[in-house]
Ligand binder design. Structure first.
Ligand code: GCB
Ligand code: CA
Length: 880
């Protein structure tokens, strides 16, 4: 103990810490304006009335309200004092991320322009600063569509300075800070096995002083226990203004502690620059180091540290409603924690480089990572476009070079999607050629920069990538597959990927995306693709995951998407949100998250009553019979017993980490409790479910307290978030009961129930998006009395634009004028109703009527057609 103390005192006295690197955020109290005044960069401009904001900042709250969110320029200004002491120093400012382009000015003078919204950049502020005085840092930010990636994409292009800004102050002699936003130090493990490893450390140092100096670069390799195991050093003479590279190889490290998802053991490399004259520390930084190796194969899948491993994980976007992309570091870290807890060992950082906090967490928690730049959907032919791609790849690789979690660099996602769909055929070949040229050039850069990692790109379900040769460029290819969602059946997935492997046995494959949308408000006992029910999403994942786990040639997979994310141009059930997440935007896990957890976690018991997404239920009841409704459990226990209000409903074997009980529900609340044993450990879960029983036959007694609401034209029950009212799935009329007669469920295109277009004037989109067309009548066999009747309409019979990311060949491309009457018990209540003319297309219309039902005439609403089709989107009946 005494000895250690002595040494550390000694170290301090040898390497004086007087002149070290100073790092601090400059995030608070920036001025912000979208007014774009002239001279916005100038010190004389008065910004007193500008909004005061903190970084991370995003200006696009409007992207949760409208697809026409603000995409343009805005200014940020930061006033700060640069102290006189800094005069002897070199001062840098690092911007971790500004979307999409940034022009930086200091004290009115132009410093730099950075293009690309997802990589960091650093400026040397020194020559622009006024020491001992107030300075002005002004940044013009532009998130409009420009000649750089991404040209399009199924995600919101949130604008702003949305990641941290740092001020980094160092002595005149320092580790290089202007190398593509990197740390300036690059660590490789050219040899690594369980027996031994070697480390290669490269870097640049810089002398910004007017005189030359003699320095020493000392690199300490520190093991996970904090012990220095090797010190590599080199003396260098630095002339004034000179930048010098160094390269140091370690001696053999025997039996290195390996980094892996189960045991993410990290070494550190501490790089210290010392002034030889006085032994003072000039500059010092630490970088992570991990010992691991891996191999992708076409037929055998993936190997990590010499052993087969299935990569199973997530894709992740960087936003969170309502903040846009302006997340704090702890929010990023929380997401990685949630992924790790689920049992993921892999993440595709999609579709662009993300915050350093993400990579830091991947290293620490043991999440193997794929990171990529955002060439999405298509490319431009310009040299400028390609140049930005190259710069962004270089920045990504250099900035995140030292993270052992990263094993793969990617650079394209579905790069032919828009090319195929939206570029005229005669121009397409040129775009394919350019896409390939860009891919080949980026591939070269990656292999020169970082020969130790694999390269990859992701494709959509099309043979165009094989035909154009794009699938032969990278080490690994990713397939984004949505059979059972955008295409008809789930098994199409198994067939497609098996065939790919047969045709191209040497392609190393990852299922880089697969997923299905879900909306907590929608529930179905007969789920179908594209109904956005919670149940269909569960069915989808319960099919895909076992196939991925079973097929040996599949190296791994990443779910699309970990969290519901912002996509302003998307409509569907939750406009402006892509709801394929395993978690909601606020990071509450959906039940299906626990399917993954049960499947993946072997170290802890998992038992989850999968009804948090469906704890308010309803169903149609015949007489006094209980209503049967399924209750699902996700668990890794072999067997589970379920109890309802303390009474056992029996034990069930768990299959595919799932068991379903058909539970007899009665009106009211039931407490469910489940018990199991996992590797000798007891585990349990409990929750309340409330149930509303809706009578199949209506009579004078049960009608009194009833508000009967039906989601016409849908297989799903819909619960409004605002009123908590549930609209039952539609049903056909039978004598003595209630339901529709005539007509069909409306499909916007093959396999897509309802319309996918946003409905104006409501937040209950799914209720209005589904409808019954050519309906003859809706009937309720009810006793006499006075009723309030509510009819819901939205005319969706209109041409709509091509929504390219919808991955469908078909669009809603019909147009039809619809005129019909509303006749209630033979009385024409509304004549020649033309919804679209009166209210516009895709607009929610609710009509209420007070009707009297006499004797035993019952209630019948008819829709005689004058032109086009009659239709009905929802109906509600209440006795007064
Ligand atoms: C894809 C895209 C991704 C979309 C996803 C979807 O294939 O790569 O950006 O968000 O599909 O949900 O449609
Ligand atoms: Ca409906």
């Amino acid at each position: 103990m005494r000895k250690i103390l002595f040494i550390s005192i000694l170290l301090c006295s040898i390497f004086s810490v007087a002149a070290q690197r100073n790092l601090q955020t400059i995030n608070n109290a920036w001025k912000f304006s979208k007014e774009n005044p002239n001279n916005a960069e100038s010190n004389t401009l008065d910004d007193k009335y500008w909004e005061t904001v903190n970084i991370p900042h995003c200006w696009n709250a409007d992207a949760y309200v409208s697809k026409f969110y603000y995409r343009g320029t805005a200014w940020y200004r930061k006033h700060f004092i640069a102290s006189k002491d800094l005069m002897q120093k070199q001062v840098f400012i690092k911007f971790e991320g500004i979307n999409v382009t940034a022009e930086v000015y200091l004290n009115g003078r132009f410093v730099t322009k950075h293009e690309g919204g997802y990589t960091a950049f650093t400026i040397d502020a020194t020559p622009f600063l006024a020491f001992g005085e107030e300075n002005l840092l002004a940044v013009k930010v532009d998130n409009s569509l420009q000649d750089l990636p991404p040209l399009s994409g199924d995600f919101t292009m949130f604008g702003g300075i949305y990641r941290d800004v740092w001020m980094i102050t160092v002595p005149k002699q320092h580790i290089e800070l202007l190398n593509a936003g990197s740390s300036g130090i690059f660590i490789q493990t050219p040899k690594v096995s369980a027996e031994s490893a070697e480390v290669l450390i490269k870097g640049d140092i810089k002398n910004d002083a007017g005189t030359s100096s003699q320095v020493k670069v000392v690199n300490q390799i520190i093991n996970p226990e904090g012990k220095i195991i090797q010190t590599l050093e080199k003396s260098l003479n630095l002339k004034s203004g000179e930048k010098t590279s160094f390269e140091l190889a370690s001696k053999e490290i025997t039996r290195p502690v390996l980094w892996s998802p189960e045991s993410p053991q990290l070494y550190q490399v501490k790089t210290t620059m010392i002034d030889t004259k006085n032994n003072q520390i000039l500059d010092e930084i630490s970088n992570p180091l991990g010992f691991r190796w891996f191999k992708f194969t076409g037929s055998d899948g993936f190997y990590f540290n010499g052993k087969p491993m299935k990569l199973i994980g997530i894709c992740r976007h960087q936003d969170q409603k309502p903040l846009g992309n302006a997340l704090s570091d702890e929010m990023h870290r929380r997401d990685m924690q949630l992924a790790k807890e689920m049992g993921a060992n892999f993440i595709r950082i999609s579709h662009y480089p993300q915050d350093d906090a993400i990579l830091e967490q991947c290293d620490k928690l043991g999440l193997i990572a794929w990171e990529e730049i955002p060439i999405v959907n298509t490319v431009n032919l310009s040299d400028h476009f390609q140049q930005v791609c190259k710069t962004n790849v270089l920045e990504m690789v250099r900035q995140h070079y030292n993270h052992p979690s990263i094993i793969m660099w990617g650079y394209m996602n579905e790069s032919a999607l828009v090319t195929v769909r939206s570029i005229p055929e005669k121009d397409r070949q040129a775009v394919y050629d350019k896409t390939k040229e860009i891919a080949e050039n980026l591939e070269k850069i990656i292999k020169i920069e970082d020969p130790g990692r694999a390269s990859t790109i992701a494709f959509h379900n099309s043979q165009i990538y094989n035909q154009t040769g794009l699938s032969s460029i990278t080490d690994v290819i990713g397939w984004n597959l949505y059979q059972g969602w955008y295409e008809a059946n789930l098994e199409g997935f198994d067939k497609f990927i098996r065939k790919e492997n047969e045709k191209h046995p040497n392609h190393s494959l990852i299922i880089s995306e697969y997923g299905a949308g879900s909306d907590k408000r929608l529930h179905s006992l007969q789920p179908v693709p594209f109904d956005f029910s919670i149940e269909h999403q569960q069915t989808y994942h319960e099919h895909y995951l076992p196939v991925i786990a079973r097929e040996k040639y599949i190296s791994g997979s990443t779910v699309w998407n970990f969290v519901d994310f912002g996509s302003a141009s998307r409509d569907e059930s939750m406009p402006m949100i892509n709801n394929k997440g395993l978690l909601y935007t606020d990071r509450t896990p959906k039940d299906v998250y626990f399917y993954y957890k049960a499947f993946l976690r072997k170290d802890v018991p998992v038992l989850h009553i999968a009804s948090r997404d469906w704890d308010v239920r309803s169903g149609v009841q015949n007489g006094n019979n209980p209503v049967i409704s399924p209750l699902k459990i996700y668990s890794n226990c072999p067997e589970v017993e379920l109890f309802a209000d303390g009474k056992s409903l029996g034990k069930k074997k768990i299959q595919n980490f799932t068991a379903v009980w058909n539970v007899p529900f009665a009106q009211g609340k039931t407490f469910f409790h489940a018990k199991g044993k996992y590797v000798g450990k007891q585990t349990e879960d409990g929750m309340n479910i409330s149930f509303e029983a809706i009578p199949a036959k209506l009579n004078a007694t049960n009608i009194k307290s009833l508000e009967l609401a039906v989601n016409v034209g849908s297989n799903c029950a819909f619960t409004s978030e605002e009123s908590n009212k549930t609209w039952l799935p539609d049903q056909a009329y039978t004598s003595g009961g209630w339901g529709y007669t005539g007509g069909d469920i409306f499909y916007a295109s093959k396999g897509r129930i309802g319309s996918q277009i946003k409905i104006g004037g409501t937040t209950d989109n799914p209720l209005y998006q589904t409808l019954r067309k050519d309906i003859t009548s809706y009937r309720f066999d009810v006793p006499e009395g006075i009723y309030e009747l509510e009819l819901l309409f939205a005319d969706v019979f209109s041409k709509t634009g091509k929504v390219v990311y919808n991955l469908t060949e078909e669009d809603q491309s019909f147009e039809k004028e619809n005129i019909f009457d509303i006749v209630i018990n033979k009385n024409v209540e509304v004549k020649d109703l033309n919804i679209s003319r009166e209210f516009g297309h895709f607009f929610a219309v609710k009509k209420r009527f007070i009707v009297e039902v006499k004797g035993n005439e019952n209630l019948s609403i008819e829709f005689p057609v004058k032109k086009g089709s009659a239709f009905l989107n929802g109906i509600k009946l209440r006795k007064l």
